[in-house]
Ligand binder design. Structure first.
Ligand code: ADP
Ligand code: MG
Length: 500
């Protein structure tokens, strides 16, 4: 299935401002009230309403009226924000067919520009037009073929047989799409932006499985009490991009990362099949050892993949004994408290694969105790559970150490929470500033409220004082009328009030 970018045609700058404002508002609101959308986007109220209707029509946002009226982003809306930024940054040019559906992601083929640099509005519009032209041309061709086929069938076949058509069509189309995107570059786009590279774009979708499952599986939400799918997906992509970049630059066999934004990563496309889809491996011995070597090399750099199975190991079509490892958001440090368990599981996955699929066992084994950390890539990448230099030197007792690690993790997450969307466009920076200002104002309002509460206490005190004064005046009158004893009491009362 192709990624449908048609809505892009109907979106302008203001639409993206409003969409971004909803994204910002969702940092502390599940449903963002229209007032807040308006004050973050700084677009007039009447226009905001019109824009919201447009975004709603294209299914980029959701409208809710349950407790109060407001809007929230859909995954499609979030995809469009990332795509828009990646195109503007001069990385992404076109999105094609879906090639992978993971538990927590969607992966599409795409085209990227060879040289990345921010592009002009004019070029952006041209790309937008060309994406749509490409899509329109393909659609035209598809319709034409469909018509031709229908005509032939009409002549040849009975009415009943026609019912089977749509399914056949679907299959043929996806094969066609794949060969189209693999073999030809879209000419119209190429003439606009220059040389293109085929790549793939992975959208993290962490709200798709239940949050509880995510929380127990993924270490990065451990210390997070408030989180939503936007935040989780963004965090997952950031982690994966950071990890992949580190591994690639240290010569590991992983796809080359090209860029990321929000919950989307763009990386090298590996013409390949994941091991679970491979029927036969020519040189099983070599592939087995390459997999074990990968685990070993990761370990000696201080890292554990954590999900090293046949779904995440690609076998290159062109070089069939070359493996490429993918899927890194959950990678942890070898100093993580659960390191040994994850390590054992990764090794066992490889063994199980060869045993179940090919009834093969290998003599050589890989144990956790075989790993000697010679490099501190875990530190460099701030992988979960890494130890900081100072903590390694000081021999702090274990419990204390674990406590500190937890604090590190928490701090890291909060730092990342400080609005990291990837490379930011000017309008995004502006809106982040707006959001921060609103937050500051909100905090000041809260302080003011607190102050007011204090003021009312003060007011009560004053009232009490006034009442007492009144009473005192009465007493003074009484004392003037001759009761000296009461008069003394009045003075001491006055003193008490003053002291208060
Ligand atoms: P998830 O985290 O959801 O498991 P993966 O990163 O494992 O996502 O990707 C899902 C599928 O997409 C893979 O099994 C593979 O088929 C395909 N895929 C992912 N990255 C690439 C790539 N760089 N080149 C080719 N195919 C890829
Ligand atoms: Mg996977």
């Amino acid at each position: 299935m192709r990624f449908d970018l048609t809505a892009l045609k109907y979106l302008n700058k203001d639409d993206f401002r409003v969409l971004t404002a909803i994204e910002m508002g969702m940092r502390n609101h599940e449903i963002v009230p229209v007032d807040l959308i308006q004050s973050i986007s700084k677009i007039r109220n009447t226009s905001v309403r019109r824009i919201l209707a447009n975004l709603l029509k294209h299914k980029l946002i959701k409208h809710t009226k349950i407790q109060y009226e407001g809007y929230s982003l859909n995954f499609l809306g979030y995809d469009f924000l990332a795509i828009h930024s990646l195109i503007k940054q001069g990385i992404l040019v076109q999105i094609g067919t879906k090639i992978g559906v993971g538990k927590e992601s969607d992966v599409y083929l795409c085209y990227v520009k060879k040289v990345n640099s921010e592009i002009s509005d004019e070029l952006y519009n041209q790309i937008k037009e060309n994406i749509l032209t490409e899509n329109a041309l393909k659609e035209q061709n598809r319709q034409k073929k469909l018509e031709e086929k229908n005509n032939i069938k009409k002549e040849e076949e009975e009415n009943e047989e026609k019912k089977d058509e749509p399914e056949e069509e679907e299959e043929e189309e996806s094969e066609e799409e794949l060969s189209y995107i693999q073999n030809d570059l879209p000419k119209t786009i190429q003439t606009v932006v220059g040389e293109l590279t085929i790549a793939c774009i992975k959208f993290a979708r962490l709200g798709r499985t239940s949050f509880r499952a995510v929380k127990s599986k993924r270490d990065y939400v451990k210390s997070q009490t408030h989180y939503n799918w936007l935040y989780l997906s963004r965090l997952s992509a950031q982690n994966e991009y950071k990890n992949m970049k580190g591994l690639y630059s240290h010569g590991f066999s992983v796809p080359r990362p090209y860029g990321y934004n929000r919950h989307a990563i763009i990386m090298e496309y590996v013409p390949s099949y994941p091991l679970n889809k491979v029927e036969e491996i020519k040189d099983k011995n070599t592939v087995y050892h390459k997999m074990m070597d990968f685990i070993y090399k990761l370990g000696s750099n201080g890292l554990i993949h954590g999900d090293f199975n046949e779904f995440n190991i690609l076998l290159n079509i062109e070089k069939p004994d070359e493996i490429v490892v993918i899927d890194f958001p959950q990678m942890i440090s070898i100093n993580h408290s659960e390191a040994e368990n994850y390590f054992k599981r990764d090794v066992q996955c490889v063994k199980n694969y060869f045993l179940k699929k090919f009834n093969l066992t290998f003599e050589e084994d890989l144990k956790f105790s075989d790993i000697k950390q010679i490099n501190f890539l875990d530190e460099e990448l701030k992988a979960y559970g890494y130890k900081k230099e100072k903590e390694k030197d000081k021999k702090i007792n274990k419990e204390e150490n674990e406590d500190k690690n937890e604090i590190n993790e928490e701090k890291e997450i909060n730092e990342e929470e400080d609005i990291d969307l990837g490379q930011q466009l000017d309008y995004e920076k502006e809106m982040i500033e707006n959001m921060k200002k609103i937050k500051i104002e909100e905090n000041e309002e809260k302080k003011e409220e607190k102050k007011n509460k204090k003021m009312t206490k003060e007011d009560i005190k004053n009232k009490v004082k006034k009442m007492m004064n009144k009473q005192n005046k009465i007493h003074v009158k009484e004392s003037k009328m001759g009761n000296r004893f009461k008069g003394k009491k009045d003075i001491s009362n006055k003193m008490a009030i003053k002291n208060a």
